[in-house]
Write a protein that binds this ligand. Structure first.
Ligand code: NAD
Length: 437
């Protein structure tokens, strides 16, 4: 059993407070809005959410859930503070931190003025990565409380949806806790000991980002489905049926496939088919901003790779992998061909190792593509990786061909793995997403 103060009696705070209380914890709900607190104290929910009124009433009547506007008493009587105040958009879209700063400062001052004992502060509110670390922790430290010592700070993003909030609380897809040390997360995990779902303890920036990614993904899915619907209608196809059938594919569509940050997509199908849909949309004057952003966004991913390469002093470059993925000699629209072509155009001395690609064996449209984009490919290809390493000052790992290669130690810090480094925190210096079809 934990003693928890939940700050912010809005949708997230009320549901969390009532459910935590139901699950055996002693909970104090805190809000600056005296009317909301009065409502809770009277056993009435200040917000409408199915099932909440009854649950809240039971918990208040049983004495396990109290309401107050008094931060100091709430902190004094608990061991953990869960912050669920609002973080609305500012006019420019930035996250408003006014409420979260105010509540943290009040908690910090109370902690600083009392006998030192362990206390955990959990940020449940949605905050961009970096806000907690760079803006809120200094604000808390300024109150004089023992941050990093007796006072631990974690984040624990919330994934519930209004109207099904209690059910979502009870069946979370996962419980994500961001903490500097795993032990700091224990107090948070204890709150949910009776809930199902995988426990994920990670760093605070990653935890914060997961929340935004989930919401952006939901938004992208809605928009994608809507654009598909509009296109299907213009083709005389049934968009509902199209998406219903597409969602039956749990191998490539509704699955982790294609969802790892890697390099750009390419190959003989993805770019061509996305282009065809966009061309049709254009001709029919159907605005499909998401679909029409795919090719430009993919180009930006190639640019991100090039930018990192250009920041290196090296001029002799070794590229491992040229086809759009390992195990094929299909070079059509491979982003690595674009990368190689750009590097050559900028005067880099390039060698390429890809055992799947033999110039003499290329035929048809594949050959035509190479002739247009890399006409001197035969002179660039090396027979084995040793020849590549002997040439290169800097190595680019482009496809899983790199898995079969032992990179010399001397080159390991002079390499860029396009399959993962563009999403790594240190990508300026330096898995594999299949890069299309
Ligand atoms: N609503 C959702 O479905 C949902 C789902 C997941 C995450 N979130 C995130 O959770 C957070 C809270 O969202 P919400 O919709 O519950 O907000 P809300 O606006 O419904 O409630 C916020 C509450 O915080 C109170 N408050 C403001 N300043 C305070 C202070 N200094 N001390 C104590 N209380 C204070 C307000 O009076 C209000 O009651 C946000 O960051 C939001 O993005 C919301």
């Amino acid at each position: 059993m934990s003693r928890v103060a939940v700050f912010g009696m809005g949708y997230v705070g009320c549901v969390s407070a009532a459910c935590l209380s139901r699950d055996g914890h002693r909970v104090i709900g805190v809000d600056i809005d005296a009317d909301k607190v009065a409502s809770i104290c009277a056993g009435r929910s200040p917000i409408f959410e199915p099932g909440l009124e009854q649950l809240l009433q039971q918990q208040v009547q049983s004495g396990h859930l109290l309401g107050t506007t008094d931060v100091a008493s709430a902190v004094s009587e608990t061991d953990i503070a869960m912050i669920a105040v609002g973080t609305p958009s500012q006019r420019d879209g930035d996250v408003s931190l006014a409420a979260v700063r105010a509540v943290l400062t009040s908690i910090g001052k109370t902690l600083a003025s009392r006998d030192s004992r362990p206390y955990t502060i959990v940020l449940r509110s949605t905050l961009l990565p970096g806000i907690l670390e760079d803006e809120l922790l200094p604000c808390l430290q300024a109150t004089g409380c023992d941050v990093g010592g007796q006072v631990r700070v974690c984040n624990n993003p919330e994934f519930l949806r209004e109207t099904t909030a209690i059910k979502d609380y009870d069946t979370p897809p996962f419980v994500v806790v961001g903490a500097n040390q795993e032990a700091d997360a224990d107090a948070v995990l204890d709150l949910y000991s009776n809930l199902p779902g995988e426990r994920v303890v990670t760093d605070t920036r990653t935890a914060a980002m997961v929340k935004y990614v989930c919401n952006a993904f939901h938004a992208a899915k809605v928009t994608f489905a809507n654009e598909v619907g509009a296109l299907a209608k213009s083709f005389g196809a049934d968009g509902q049926e199209v998406m219903k059938i597409a969602c039956k594919d749990k191998q490539l569509n509704i699955s982790p496939a294609y969802l790892r940050p890697g390099f750009a997509f390419g190959g003989s199908c993805l770019p061509k088919d996305v282009r065809a849909l966009n061309r049709h949309a254009q001709a029919q004057a159907i605005e499909t901003q998401l679909l029409s952003s795919l090719i430009p966004s993919n180009r930006s991913q190639i640019q991100r790779g090039l930018q990192i390469i250009k920041e290196q002093p090296a001029r002799r470059i070794g590229l491992i992998g040229l086809s759009f993925k390992a195990g094929t000699d299909d070079l059509r629209e491979s982003p690595l061909v674009t990368l190689a072509e750009t590097l050559l155009g900028q005067g880099y001395d390039l060698r390429i190792f890809d055992p799947g690609v033999r110039v003499a064996k290329l035929i048809g449209t594949n050959l035509a593509f190479v002739d247009t984009h890399l006409p001197h490919l035969a002179a660039l290809l090396v027979a084995d990786e040793q020849e590549l390493f002997a040439h290169a000052e800097y190595v680019i790992l482009g496809t899983d061909v790199a898995n079969e290669v032992d990179m010399p130690l001397t080159l390991q810090n002079h390499s860029l793995d396009l399959r993962r480094d563009l999403a790594a925190p240190s990508c300026e210096v330096a898995s594999s997403n299949s890069s299309g079809e």
